[in-house]
Ligand binder design. Structure first.
Ligand code: ADP
Ligand code: MG
Length: 625
């Protein structure tokens, strides 16, 4: 018999399972039962959609059989079974490469309950067993096969016999070690409690023979053992239970059983809707951003059941992209089982459910924002970016849904505030909602452009995310107040500086023109600043495209040639300005030198790179000589 190698990735995971000094080994049972239940789901689904088949509920169950003497634990099911190819493909490769990826990334973070919280599936059997044997006969096939493995050294597959279709997994339980007791996985009471704990909601009976004691017949003091078959699980899925019967812990347990995330959910929403459309749903808002959330690999969606039968494990149509972080399940009697993916996309009922879910999630988030501010801020830290993308995407079609959920850091409050809060505090003479963009709060606080606005006592929102300004441009205004970057040419503020700057522009037209000539097309215009107080120079922009947007666009492929229309603003009250004037009158070379220097300084303040750093430093040296 030929021994085959596991695929490289599987080998690593397997190695981890076998050698892990893991404390939650008991979850292997949850994983194997969940696979068995999936296998029965598949056959149930077949029977419901194929009229030539009938589904007799009594014939479908999972059986757990411990054999203490021989250290064997069997898990068998009457599910769809596996062909030879299935055994090869499904058990020879790791199904969820995502969990391995996750494992890799978190390997060093100690104490992370990765295996417990995240599904590793079939391989978890090796946490408790030396040898794993899988005998399976696929539905509709006459042949049965035996797959066997002792771990990393590979596996074998050979033909065997099996009466009925389904799968039987035999675990040869490890011998106890000094610090690990494996015997417990052969004890009835322990197995019972593990099943209750993790698999109570499984919809098919999990049967086990349980030993009881009773009085010997005809005797008054002699007892005897008897064996009785029991169904261990209650079989009622959690979403069918009454909210009042459930505790927060039940929902949290469900969240981790379903592998929705490795965190605890921030919020759960359990709804039951009757009317035009009927469905039950449990939705979760996670606390932490999944490791792949902001990548292309992340797939949004909810589990979809039709009257208790799973029809899809990730139905993306149920969630708008901006709520793609929501996890959970939806069960509706109004959906046909025979529905295909393509048809489902256009299904009227499904659209109705999706619409309901969207407004439910929205109102839950709004109430979290109102009543549980800290929680909301935690949520926003993890998923706020997604909401902002939501405002920006689809040409702003969803901005009304989302605008009240946005938050930005405030110069005044020194914490996150909503747009509503900002507007409610605006000064009477304040025309705009001001914002400043930059890499971090610390950097924005140092921006010279903020001086005038802050001096005026106005609040500034700090935009530190790439998407912020794009989203706000899409929003255009909030409660009829327009947004204004502190770097824009016209701030709409009447100040000494702005009155002064117009005069100065006239008075120094020749100087500014000369400077503009020196800088040529690097700049649109040089002018007297209306916003600087203590700094000598800064950049501002004309039009819609800001410097921050230029930076982001030029970092994208094809975006390289998009440039903001930049204005070099000079503080005419600064002593540097006198030096400029002096140079203009007496020494044209010096004017060139000063102009280049000031321009490069302004670039650096903006976080832009300067064209020729060597020349820049040489120029500074020239000043010293
Ligand atoms: P997952 O359940 O997430 O797909 P697992 O590692 O638990 O990953 O299982 C891998 C695959 O092996 C399953 O997707 C399924 O196709 C197959 N499988 C495992 N156990 C059974 C079983 N009892 N009956 C039928 N197929 C099974
Ligand atoms: Mg599984």
């Amino acid at each position: 018999m030929e021994r085959r190698e596991f695929k490289a990735e599987s080998k690593r995971l397997l190695d981890l399972m076998v050698n892990s000094i893991y404390t939650h080994r008991e979850i292997f049972l949850r994983e194997l039962i969940s696979n068995a239940s999936d296998a029965i789901d598949k056959i149930y689904y077949k029977a419901l959609t194929d009229e030539s088949l009938s589904f007799n509920k009594d014939e479908y169950y999972i059986r757990i059989t411990p054999d203490k003497e021989n250290r064997i634990l069997k898990i068998s099911d009457t599910g769809i079974g596996m062909t030879k190819e299935d055994l090869e493909n499904n058990l020879g490769v790791i199904a969820k490469s995502g969990s391995l990826q996750f494992k890799k990334e978190n390997e060093l973070k100690d104490g992370y309950d990765i295996i417990g919280q995240f599904g590793v599936g079939f391989y978890s059997a090796f946490m408790v067993a030396d040898t794993v044997t899988v005998i399976s006969k696929a539905f509709g096939s006459d042949e049965a096969y035996k797959w066997e493995s002792r771990g990393v050294d590979g596996y074998t597959i050979e033909p065997c016999t099996k009466d009925s279709f389904g799968t039987e997994i035999t675990l040869k339980i490890k011998e106890n070690t000094e610090d690990e007791n494996y015997d417990e996985y052969l004890e009835e009471y322990r197995l019972k409690s593990i099943i209750k704990k993790y698999s109570d909601f499984i919809r098919y009976p999990i049967k086990m023979n349980v030993t009881g004691r009773k009085l010997k017949e005809g005797s008054e003091n002699e007892y005897e053992d008897y064996i009785e078959e029991q169904v261990i699980n209650s079989m009622i899925p959690i979403w069918r239970k009454n909210k009042s019967e459930l505790t927060e812990e039940d929902y949290h347990k469900f969240y981790s059983e379903k592998h929705y995330g490795f965190d605890k959910p921030l919020k759960y929403i359990h709804t039951s809707v009757e009317g035009n459309i009927s469905y039950k749903a449990i939705l979760f808002i996670p606390e932490k951003t999944p490791y792949d959330f902001y990548t292309k690999e992340y797939e949004k969606g909810l589990e979809l059941y039709s009257n208790g039968v799973m029809i899809m494990n990730k139905c993306g149509e149920l969630l708008p992209d901006y709520f793609s972080f929501v996890k959970g399940i939806v069960d509706s009697e109004d959906l046909s089982l025979n529905i295909s993916r393509e048809i489902l996309q256009h299904d009227r009922q499904l659209k109705l459910i999706a619409k309901n879910i969207k407004s439910k999630v929205k109102s839950e988030l709004e109430s979290m924002l109102k009543n549980e501010r800290d929680k909301y801020e935690t949520f926003y830290k993890s998923f706020g970016r997604q909401l902002k993308f939501g405002v920006y995407n689809d040409f702003g079609a969803n901005k009304d849904v989302l605008q009240d959920l946005l938050m930005f850091y405030s110069s005044k409050e020194k914490k996150m505030v909503t747009l509503g809060e900002y507007v409610s505090r605006m000064a009477e003479d304040q025309k705009y909602i001001y914002y400043a963009t930059g890499e971090s709060i610390e950097r924005i606080e140092k921006l010279p452009q903020t001086e005038v606005v802050l001096d005026k006592g106005y609040e500034i929102l700090y935009f530190t995310d790439d998407v912020d300004e794009f989203a706000i441009k899409m929003l255009m205004n909030y409660k009829e107040k327009e947004f204004k970057s502190v770097s824009s040419g016209d701030l709409g503020i009447e100040t000494e500086e702005s009155k002064n700057s117009e005069e100065q522009n006239k008075e120094n037209k020749d100087l500014f023109d000369a400077m503009k000539n020196i800088l040529s097309d690097k700049i649109k215009e040089v002018k007297a600043s209306n916003k600087l107080k203590h700094h000598p120079v800064c950049l501002s922009t004309y039009g819609e495209l800001s410097i921050e947007m230029e930076k982001i666009l030029s970092a994208m492929p094809d975006g390289g040639n998009i440039k903001a229309d930049k204005v070099l603003e000079i503080n005419t009250n600064h002593s540097v300005f006198k030096a400029l004037k002096g140079a203009y009158d007496n020494d044209k070379d010096k004017l060139s030198l000063y102009t280049e220097l000031l321009y490069n300084q302004a670039l650096l303040i903006e976080g832009l790179s300067i064209n020729d750093p060597v020349e820049f430093t040489n120029n500074i040296c020239k000043l010293m000589l």
